[in-house]
Design a protein around this ligand. Sequence first.
Ligand code: AMP
Length: 562
Amino acid sequence: MAAEDSALGFEHMGLDGRLLRAVAELGWASPTAIQAQAIPLALEGRDILARARTGSGKTGAYGLPLLQHLLRIKGSSAVAQAVRALVLVPSKELGQQVVRSLRQLAAFCAREVRVADLCAHCGLDAQRPVLMEKPDVVVGTPGRVLAHLNANSLSLRSSLELLVLDEADLLLSFGFGEDIKALLCQLPKIYQALLMSATFNPDVEALNELVLHNPVRLCPAQPRLPGSCQLRQFALRCAQEEDKFLLLCALLKLGLLRGRALLFVGTLPRCYRLKLFLEQFGIAACALNAQLPASSRAHILTQFNLGIYDYIVATDEELPALPSKVPTRKGRKGRKAAAPAAHSRGQDPEFGVARGIDFQDVAAVINFDVPGSVEAYIHRVGRTARADKPGTALTLALPEEYPALARIEEALAGEAGQCPLQPYQLCTQEIESLRYRCRDAMRSVTKQAVKEARLREIKEELLNSEKLKCHFEDNPRDLLLLRHDRPLHPASLQPQLRHLPDYLVPASLRGIARPELRKRRRLPGGGARRRGASCRAQGRTNPLQTFKYAKHRARRPAPPPS
Ligand code: AMP
């Protein structure tokens, strides 16, 4: 992750001592490739168009020069307090993460630099008092920032000095093009602009024309995913649907998968199907998808990062490509027309699990369904092996998904620095003993059960998010106790499936810890917290144990087959 040796270290970039302290506190030993290139140029005042993938350290790449600029202005003479920097993000979740990162970087100059979060899950009125104090930096989605500009609770025309467009390609594909255009009309003529995008497509280029002035173009030569010594990627071609469920059951129930995992599925019903299936085996998992209220999604993420959950079943339903995402002269109606799919499905257009959001300490990403594109694969798999940590990705494919998997394999093989996906070695006979139970569990998770579970969860989460909002504002500690991985109870729950008798455990694995045997610390009120050490420990080893490995570790000789 660190840049080449010839690049400047943080200490040689002319950064304020307070920022260097924060960087050290965060454990950032050296700049990442994008940081090494972008920070010196941004400090010179240049506009920047940077291609930076999520996880590349791009927040630091624009956050450090942004904070340095503010510290310099505020330190020079008595200047009036004003909003001098604006960071536009495509989703509330990403915005909150950016706010967190900026506040961490500004930890030793928090009095001098205040960062306002317009991504908090509250209305315009609740955010007004924060803006009245004229924070130095404002972070928000274009829609929310524009709403404040139009309501005169925010004014940038005479004060803005630095504009950041984070995940610019997503800003456009989420239908914010028109808002950005309207917003640009309310900015001063001269300001520095930094644009970060995972891809450079024609729409991003058009945005570049609109916002940036003679920018430096940065494309750090860096593979889109970490190399094989950090990220191990496997694929398993399954003959039938049942095999996917069987394998996942074996991985989780037999403790073959160590650490926390994101399980990606293709559609929303499958999200609940998988959750209910796991529930049959007593495996708790949160569903995370665009239909849940924004506050629930943010809460699930926060709790996952706190180590409260082990598994999240997530969808990454991509919004359809828009015919014209770049600002045109259509007025605000254009945006409404631009994102109809999300609205018509009752989903939040600002939602995006696979992009940008920083899940922490994800040991493995399981693509339970093959993602629809190479981009989607990269964005899903990019949730593990973040920063310097190792990770594993496993993609399960059915015959009809083989072509999509082959396209992903081919694309990765063609990219410099990328390694081909390895076939996941599995001795299928070893897990055959579980097949009957899996079939039983799959039978219980009927279409009707999925529908009911989906409705129940959404109803409950809406209740949580609306009725309890005020309560949690006053009692933030109580929020920790609210769990999102409670069983949803499909039509028929079969308690016998929860416990795996020893005769069903493959001989080579008997005597090796299973998840239910792992001790969990209970939170007051019933929540369970994973031991912090286990999260850290998973970072050092391959979380996907193979049977070969398990055999090697087994202490007792395997009993003869009965
Ligand atoms: P980002 O791409 O900004 O979302 O950052 C991804 C992760 O990388 C975050 O957890 C950062 O804390 C971490 N990170 C950013 N810069 C560095 C660095 N120079 N060294 C180590 N980790 C970093």
